[in-house]
Design a protein around this ligand. Structure first.
Ligand code: NAG
Ligand code: NAG
Length: 363
């Protein structure tokens, strides 16, 4: 009986640890054709470890700020780097090349939800949108880039902070479609709604994605750097182990080779093709944001980026631009979106996120 109990306990512990450790990073990037289909070869983050490589573990790819062990888990220091040690240099590992994309290309950054979306009860006190994902872009990255010099500082106009970069995209971590296979109601519902044929890459899971556009004035013949930042705070009052809440940020640092491609996808030539295999296609609402907005070059100068985001829309209470491409059905979490750089995060404003209402915007 005793050994049996012990092994049961170890199994349970193993599951708990697996749940705790299984955080997310950008596993792969793909170029998106205007019809929504992923095209070309995948690209990868700096210093990538493929899941199939022998030295892989989650810890080889996850990067947490503030780090475990900092006594104040709400404290992000001005010197906390934006990139994991293995992702500070613009270097790739064997078998994980950079994405090749032309200026202005639409790109999907793909990540696994690992239960953060489909098993929300696993982590009390987390925002309803499962955290917010930001993508910043720059042609002048720094090896010792600090998180606080970029995150919620660089803006879509390129006028934030030291002006070396721009905010390209803000989305909910939950893209509305992704799931890991489990018996939770969210997963079961999505398995039925968004079926796909299991493949070697994702298995039966459906990965999440954040769809962005490179600036169309990104210089060719050199890399363009993307900083992916997942902001995933614990709000005060829900998790007894952190009564005052805590900050929890994960990042992935990525370079994309900007190339002069002979292939030119005209932004307006095609719409998202309904009914195509979902595991090789963009999220229609996110694609509409990219192709339905002014082109990134125009936006850099005109000050309204291709990265028109759920957050921006909900703050400014702007309707989604009518798009000839697709029908937009987007859920934005209005209260969550008040957690912006301009808004100081107080106990009351964060607590109100728990009762966040959602607004359906259709256009
Ligand atoms: C979308 O366009 C790409 C590039 O032209 C093509 O390879 C792909 O097959 C198209 N997708 C569908 C579903 O037709
Ligand atoms: C922890 O850091 C946060 C953010 O700087 C600060 O507001 C808070 O007072 C700190 N808590 C303690 C116990 O020092």
């Amino acid at each position: 009986m005793r050994p049996h109990l012990k092994s049961g306990f170890q199994l349970l512990l193993g599951i708990l640890l697996a749940t705790v450790n299984a955080h997310s990073w950008v596993e792969q990037l793909m170029v998106i054709a205007p019809n929504g289909t992923f095209v070309g070869s995948p690209g990868y983050a700096r210093g990538n470890h493929l899941r199939t490589s022998p030295e892989f573990s989650d810890l080889t790819m996850t990067y947490l700020i503030p780090p475990n062990g900092r006594s104040n888990q709400s404290l992000i220091l001005p010197t906390d780097k934006i990139c994991k040690e293995t992702q500070r240099k613009q270097e790739q590992t064997d078998g994980s090349p950079r994405l090749q994309a032309r200026p202005g290309a639409a790109i999907a950054l793909r990540f696994q939800e690992n239960g953060h979306v489909t098993l929300p009860e696993n982590q009390p006190g987390k925002p309803k949108n499962r955290g917010t994902v930001y993508v910043y872009g720059t042609t002048e990255p720094r090896e010792d880039e600090n998180l606080l010099d970029v995150h919620k500082v660089w803006n879509k106009e390129g006028t934030g902070g030291d002006k070396r970069g721009v905010l390209l995209s803000v989305q909910n971590f939950d893209d509305g479609r992704c799931y890991q296979i489990n018996n939770g109601p969210i997963s079961e519902n999505r398995q039925e709604k968004y079926p796909h044929v299991a493949d070697k890459l994702m298995g039966a899971d459906m990965w999440c994605q954040q769809d962005i556009a490179l600036p169309s004035n990104a210089p060719t013949g050199k890399p363009y750097t993307l900083y992916w930042v997942w902001d995933w705070p614990t709000l005060p009052g829900d998790d007894p182990s952190v009564p005052n809440g805590k900050k929890e940020v994960y990042t992935t640092c990525i370079d994309v080779d900007v190339v002069d491609s002979p292939v030119t996808y005209m932004h307006m030539e095609a719409g998202y093709i309904q009914g195509q295999p979902l595991d090789k296609a963009a999220i229609p609402s996110q694609l509409a944001e990219i192709f339905g907005s002014p082109s990134p070059a125009a936006s850099v100068t005109a000050g309204s980026s291709a990265a028109a985001s759920a957050m921006v829309q909900s703050i400014e209470i702007q309707p989604v631009k009518p798009s000839t491409l697709v029908t937009v059905m987007k859920t934005v979490y209005v209260k969550e979106c008040q957690l912006t750089p301009e808004t100081s995060v107080t106990a009351s404003s964060t607590a109100s996120v728990v009762s966040a209402s959602s607004a359906i915007v259709s256009g």
